[in-house]
Design a protein around this ligand. Structure first.
Ligand SMILES: *Cc1c(COP(=O)(O)O)cnc(C)c1O
Length: 375
């Protein structure tokens, strides 16, 4: 049996080698490494795929979040509501821009930001909310958008883990993760649903003015060459990455199906075990399973992980420390306050290997070893 990995980017590359190598050679042949034609081509294809009016490529998902927040042109100290259980980039970018993050606890089963928690945290200074579509499911956007509309808040989606996930509104319309708020952000970090061979990111918006700002912001605040109307950053998707991503985008739905197949096998095999809770499905959303995250119940998580490790099965803890306990945020009022759900999740979650190249034999082995676990 092939070595089991959390993600297997190499095997995926070998499967797509011909297409990817050809795309890379073409870029190398033209040496248009920065802002080459592949960047616009990929952005156009991504717009088609997601249904977004504007796709603005950038250097990584964190820059996308920073650009999105900058585009709102908020005042220092304005409040932005974020989930406590997320990757730091969601919250760090708020702090970096001099805005005040306000942290919300999450749903104990789906790990997601809950609209009613957001509403409870709104103050006269609240300007925006960042729903994070964590692990590949969408936050319940319909009620969240309604709350945002009522309170005049901007909604910035962090869709770094959920590109390709769909959400269904009650009127029957379906939208892609990242295209429901004012601005959506995604990441092409190699292990993400659509991964580059390095860093990459993109912004989505249907608003022409926001799109104009974002394009300018990620390009030194440029309006025309060497004329800068604002202070911006240098955050580009390089041409080689765009060419690779354009190839892989054609396979994204197939990648997601492969992840869903792995998840379905885990669900079926593990849902009866008393010491594990399989991932709960959130309403109205598909699941692209960026991660397959279990909640352990009444067992020593590290003992369980060691049992897996002995059998050659890697596992990870996403995430071991919630935002309200990160030293980086010690100056904010939420620091070390009580967030019972995220504290419990950080102490009990464990993520299993899930990727596009998993073999049935590997899945059989993982399932068999988990079932054989005795606390
Ligand atoms: C990966 C990730 C980011 C940041 O993306 P980078 O491309 O690594 O900067 C932001 N938010 C979430 C939830 C992520 O998983």
């Amino acid at each position: 049996m092939k070595e089991i990995r959390m993600v297997d980017l190499h095997t995926q590359y070998l499967r797509l080698k011909e297409e990817i190598d050809a795309a890379m050679q073409e870029v190398i042949g033209t040496t248009a490494f920065i802002n080459g034609p592949a960047v616009n081509t990929f952005a156009a294809h991504l717009a088609e795929y997601t249904g977004a009016q504007h796709v603005i490529p950038c250097g990584n998902g964190t820059d996308a979040l920073q650009a999105a927040l900058a585009a709102l042109q908020l005042d220092p100290g304005d409040e932005v509501i974020v989930p406590d259980f997320t990757f730091i980039a969601t919250v760090e970018t708020v702090a970096l821009l001099g805005l005040t993050p306000v942290v919300a606890d999450v749903d104990p089963d789906t790990f997601l930001l809950q609209p009613e928690h957001v509403e409870a945290l709104i103050t006269p200074r609240t300007r925006a909310v960042i729903p994070v579509h964590l692990f590949g499911q969408c936050v319940d956007m319909e009620p969240l958008l309604e709350i945002a509309r009522r309170h005049g808040l901007y909604v910035i989606e962090d869709a770094a883990q959920a590109l390709g996930t769909r959400y269904a509104f009650s009127d029957g319309t379906e939208k892609m993760a990242g295209t429901m708020g004012h601005i959506g952000c995604t990441s092409f970090f190699p292990s993400k649903n659509l991964g580059a061979f390095g860093d990459g990111g993109a912004l989505f918006t249907d608003d022409d003015d926001l799109a104009l700002f974002l394009r300018s912001y990620v390009n030194h605040g440029t309006t025309k060459k060497y004329y800068h109307s604002r202070v911006g950053i240098n955050s580009r998707l390089d041409t080689l990455q765009a060419a690779i991503l354009d190839v892989k985008l054609r396979h994204l739905d197939e990648f997601i199906s492969a992840r869903q197949h792995v998840a379905a096998r885990y669900d079926e095999a593990l849902s009866g075990l008393s010491f594990l809770q399989t991932p709960a499905r959130a309403p109205r959303t598909t699941h692209s399973y960026h991660q397959y995250t279990l909640i352990t119940r009444g067992i020593d998580r590290e003992h369980f992980r060691e049992h897996l490790k002995q059998a050659g099965i890697p596992s990870m803890v996403y995430y071991p420390l919630p935002m309200h306990r990160q030293e980086a945020f010690s100056r904010y009022p939420f620091f070390e306050k009580e967030y019972t759900v995220s504290d419990r999740l950080c102490a009990t979650v464990v993520s299993l290997p899930i990727h596009t190249e998993m073999e049935e034999e590997q899945l059989d082995h993982i399932i068999q070893r988990i079932k054989a676990y005795t606390p």
